[in-house]
Write a protein that binds this ligand. Sequence first.
Ligand SMILES: NC(=O)c1ccc[n+]([C@@H]2O[C@H](COP(=O)([O-])OP(=O)(O)OC[C@H]3O[C@@H](n4cnc5c(N)ncnc54)[C@H](OP(=O)(O)O)[C@@H]3O)[C@@H](O)[C@H]2O)c1
Length: 260
Amino acid sequence: MELGLAKRTALVTGASRGLGRAIALQLAKQGMNVVLVARDQARMEGVQREIEAAGGVALVEAADLSQPARASEIIAATIKRFGSLYLLVNNAGATKRGDFLELSDADWTDGFALKFFGAVRMAKSAWPHVRQSKGTIINIGGVGGRVAEAEFAIGGSVNAAIGLLTKALADRGVRDGVRVLAIHPGTFETDRLTIRVDRYAKAHNVTAQEAYNSILREQGIRRFGRPEELAIFIGMLASNAVEFLQGSVIDMDGGQTRAV
Ligand SMILES: NC(=O)c1ccc[n+]([C@@H]2O[C@H](COP(=O)([O-])OP(=O)(O)OC[C@H]3O[C@@H](n4cnc5c(N)ncnc54)[C@H](OP(=O)(O)O)[C@@H]3O)[C@@H](O)[C@H]2O)c1
C-alpha cells in the first residue's frame, strides 16, 4: 500500500538505537527525509550512513532532550534544512526501575524530564509546522503505563502521562488538523531486553535462554516484538489513508495487556 509519505519530513527522537533507530530507517525507506535526535552523535551518524547508502536523506541533531532549550533549536534546524515537518515521533525515554522506597527525587525528576517534558516541548515547538503540513505526532509510551508494576513506578507513571498528553493534544488537534496518537509497546527485541534477560538469569540462577522463555511465559505471549514491525506500524499510522485515527492510544504488545 502506498502510504503517501515520500518527500515529507519526519523527526524521530531516540533515533541512535533500539526502536527509534528502526523507526528512522523505516520512514527513510518510505522516502521521508528523517531528522535523527539523541545524544550520541557517532551512533546517529551510523544510522545516517545506513539511510544515505540506501538513497535516503537524514539530518543528525545531537541533543540532550531533558534540557529545556533544545526542542525549539532542533525544530528550527529541521525547518532550516527541510522547510517543513510532517511527522514527529517522540520516542526517546529512559526511566529508572527499582523499589519505590529506594528511588530518589532525582530519579523521578530525570524520568519525567526526558520522556514526558521532552515530548511536551517537542510537540509544542513542532506544532505550528505539523499543523501547516496537516501532519501527525506519535508518542511512544509503554504498556507499563496501562498496568502497574511496583518496580516500574516511574516508567509506568511517565507512560500513563504520555497517554493522557496524547488525548489532550488530539483534542486540540481536531481543531488544528494535527493528528496525535500514542503507541504503548510491550517488550521488543532491543538492548533493553538483553539487559532484562541477563538480570533475570542472574536473579533466578538460570541460563539466558531459560530466562528469555520464562519472561515470555510470565507475559503470556508467544514472542517479543521486532523493532521493524513497530516501525512499519508507525508509517501506517502517519499515513493520511487512516486520517480518522485521532487520539488513539494503542497497545502493541503481542496480547500482553488484558485490560480494556
Ligand atoms: N524496547 C522496549 O521493549 C520498550 C517497551 C516499552 C516502551 N518502550 C519505550 O520505547 C522507547 C524506545 O525504547 P528503546 O528500547 O529503543 O530504548 P533504548 O534502546 O534505551 O533507546 C533510547 C533512546 O533514547 C535516547 N535518549 C536517552 N536519553 C536521552 C536524552 N537525555 N536526550 C536525548 N535522547 C536520549 C537514546 O540515545 P542516546 O543514548 O544516544 O541519547 C536512545 O536513542 C522508550 O521511550 C521506551 O520507554 C520500549
